[in-house]
Design a protein around this ligand. Sequence first.
Ligand SMILES: C[S@@+](CC[C@H](N)C(=O)[O-])C[C@H]1O[C@@H](n2cnc3c(N)ncnc32)[C@H](O)[C@@H]1O
Length: 241
Amino acid sequence: MSNSKQWQHAQQAEGEYWSGLTAQEEGIRHVLQENREVAARISAWLPVLPNATLEIGVGGLGIGALGFLKQTSLRVGMDPLPPPPLICGDSLRAVVLSLRKSVHLVTAQGERLPFPDGSFGLVLCSNVLDHVCNPQSVVAEAYRVLQPGGYFYLAVDVFSFAGLVKWYLWTRWRRKKEILVRAHPYRFREPELLYYLCSAGFRLINKNEVSLAKRLCGRSWDCLTLAQKPADLNFGGRERH
Ligand SMILES: C[S@@+](CC[C@H](N)C(=O)[O-])C[C@H]1O[C@@H](n2cnc3c(N)ncnc32)[C@H](O)[C@@H]1O
């Protein structure tokens, strides 16, 4: 199957997931809590937040981590799927809508961001890269739309070698009808992710560390990175033409 066909299948599963979630209060609260934690981590890593921030793959609530980064004035959330109608109870609905109000939503694909070069001081991409059509293009687009000196927060599940073997030989077949498999066209090892960042021109600023045991034979873990587009592109940065 081509990458594009595989991605369309994955997005169909993604659409079903978010439409179903909008009726489940516990699920909505869980997504909000996870994104609140992402925002707290970003604020801890970047105490002074830039004014203009973009979140790639903001998710079906239309809030993402952006909705919790109140210190940044321009917040743009993009996703190929527009948020489905909310069918939860009134009080939770009011919470979701009030968080969403601060986010300017754009329907687009991360591989072709509809923004000029250097538009943002911070780009986030959390739990998205293994869902896209072309991960390397998404990282390159994040680089393009960042201002020199701007930051890229990239978080995604990565697998140990053993975990990846299990994924391809067992999980992908055994659980092929489940969202876990349907919505993930890609699975990565950490070096692959770091290669994408480095080949786009980013400099790695911060990354969470995990134990050797987990690296060798753990199933998967959340790889959390903060990278920077060099401020002076004549010294080590990569300008794209
Ligand atoms: C697992 S959800 C994560 C949403 C949100 N970041 C969160 O953590 O709650 C993955 C999201 O990536 C989006 N996505 C899939 N392909 C994409 C692409 N090519 N460009 C941007 N976003 C994409 C999906 O539509 C979905 O909303």
